[in-house]
Write a protein that binds this ligand. Structure first.
Ligand SMILES: CC(C)(COP(=O)(O)OP(=O)(O)OC[C@H]1O[C@@H](n2cnc3c(N)ncnc32)[C@H](O)[C@@H]1OP(=O)(O)O)[C@@H](O)C(=O)NCCC(=O)NCCS
Length: 160
């Protein structure tokens, strides 16, 4: 069974590993982060100091396989979801399940953002992420070229 768990500081090394994974950094446009900065980030997420909500994706038979997070932009009222599954666990359905579970939590348990939009920005060539978001009920609403000159697709969750 796959569940989402709020990380504790003892999970920091796991989060740090997933967060610094090369493909994750490429897809999310993230720079490498030091272990100390990762600890501080987790603490800020858990304490609510920043508008980011982080969950570890846990398989009860295997352990932690990745993370999924929400990032609320309080100015625009848009909530963005990002997901990272560890390289050894990709292509086994975890990404899809993590997005579905997180979306349900975002829609039913978390306070809503001002304009209630839940979006994901995905590189157009990232077909696995495209499939995973589409199968979790997200639809493509626009495409744009990022500051890195790469084409991105914006997906938005549409409740059926
Ligand atoms: C993108 C990512 C989250 C997908 O997670 P995953 O666990 O590897 O993907 P899943 O096993 O859930 O598969 C997702 C879809 O890709 C399809 N897929 C998986 N492997 C595939 C392959 N080799 N060829 C074709 N399709 C494939 C699955 O069938 C599924 O499609 P479906 O929903 O239509 O059945 C994961 O690869 C990852 O963490 N990548 C790095 C970070 C990233 O890209 N994040 C997304 C931006 S927010």
């Amino acid at each position: 069974m796959v569940t989402l768990e709020q990380p504790a500081l003892q999970n920091a090394e796991t989060v740090w590993r997933f967060r610094n994974d090369v493909a994750t950094r490429r897809e999310l446009g993230w720079r490498p982060i030091s272990y100390g900065d990762c600890l501080a980030w987790i603490a800020d997420c858990v304490s609510g100091k920043i508008d980011q909500i982080l969950f570890l994706v846990r398989d009860d038979k295997i352990g932690d396989v990745g993370f999924v997070m929400f990032d609320d932009d309080t100015l625009t009222g848009v909530r963005q979801i990002r997901v990272s599954i560890g390289p050894a666990f990709r292509g086994k359905g975890y990404g899809q399940q993590a997005i579905k579970l997180a979306t349900t939590i975002g829609e039913t348990e978390l306070p809503q953002t001002v304009n209630r939009r839940l979006i994901a920005n995905v590189r157009a060539e990232n077909y696995k992420a495209v499939f995973a978001f589409e199968s979790a009920g997200y639809v493509e609403v626009q495409s744009f070229v990022g500051p890195d000159k790469i084409e991105y697709l914006e997906f938005e969750y549409k409740q059926t």
